[in-house]
Design a protein around this ligand. Structure first.
Ligand code: ADP
Ligand code: MG
Length: 213
């Protein structure tokens, strides 16, 4: 359900990156391992339609998202893709609940506070709904980020280095949480990381190498 072919990306005046093909079935959990600078974040942005590849295709549900632009691409992303960024980018002036309402609005969906509270509850932070993001601990902020990525029921969940700042205990907890939520939602999970601790947690793995074009 998520498939790439011959993806290439070049930053202006920067490195030219080429990526091994990916082919994930619906509901599978994948780990993409790569050293710093190997293009993990770039690839995640391509898969989320936040950057356009120089060449190649990205099929999600048999639709080539590289052919989508503007509102159609934003709409597709809002409906199908949940992203956990390396930095969480919450609006600090708004509460966690309001940030999540914003995520529903951006996806063109109606506000559904019941859904928000239910998901916060599943992630163990329902009592933080009316706190501002900066009032949460790092671990709680990460759960809030996961909540935002999952609130619109995406069928692809993309996570950028979700464990790199965590100790072993929290690392395991976050990975288990992501896998559990993805499984319950039937979503495809793709984690990009340089964190070698995750190697044993995933049956499906790809190693990203920096390949000169
Ligand atoms: P990773 O996430 O694996 O550390 P990135 O995708 O961030 O790798 O970066 C891949 C390569 O692209 C690196 O060589 C990096 O220096 C370069 N790069 C990343 N962002 C930019 C940018 N905005 N402009 C130019 N080069 C960039
Ligand atoms: Mg990165």
């Amino acid at each position: 359900m998520l498939r790439t072919e011959n993806l290439h990306y070049s930053y202006p005046k920067g490195s030219a990156l080429s990526f091994a093909d990916i082919n994930c079935a619906q509901g599978e959990h994948w780990l993409l391992l790569g050293a710093s600078g190997s293009g993990k974040t770039t690839l995640l942005h391509l898969l989320a339609g936040l950057r356009k590849p120089g060449s190649g295709s990205i099929h999600i549900h048999n639709l080539d998202i590289t052919q989508l632009t503007g509102a159609a691409l934003d709409h597709f992303r809002g409906q199908h893709i949940g992203i956990i960024f390396q930095q969480s980018h919450f609006v600090q002036a708004l509460s966690v609940r309001e940030n999540l309402i914003l995520a529903q609005r951006f996806a063109g969906l109606v506000k559904d506070e019941k859904k928000i509270l239910a998901r916060l509850h599943r992630l163990g932070i329902a009592d933080k709904a009316d706190k501002k993001p900066f009032q949460l601990s790092v671990g709680e902020q990460q759960r809030a980020s996961i909540c935002r990525a999952l609130i619109n029921g995406p069928d692809v969940i993309l996570a950028d280095e979700p464990t790199s700042a965590l100790d072993d205990g929290n690392c395991t907890a976050v990975i288990n949480l992501l896998k559990e939520q993805a499984t319950q939602d039937g979503a495809t999970l793709l984690i990009v990381t340089h964190d070698g601790r995750l190697k044993t947690n995933f049956d499906h793995q790809i190693k990203l190498n920096k390949l000169p074009i």
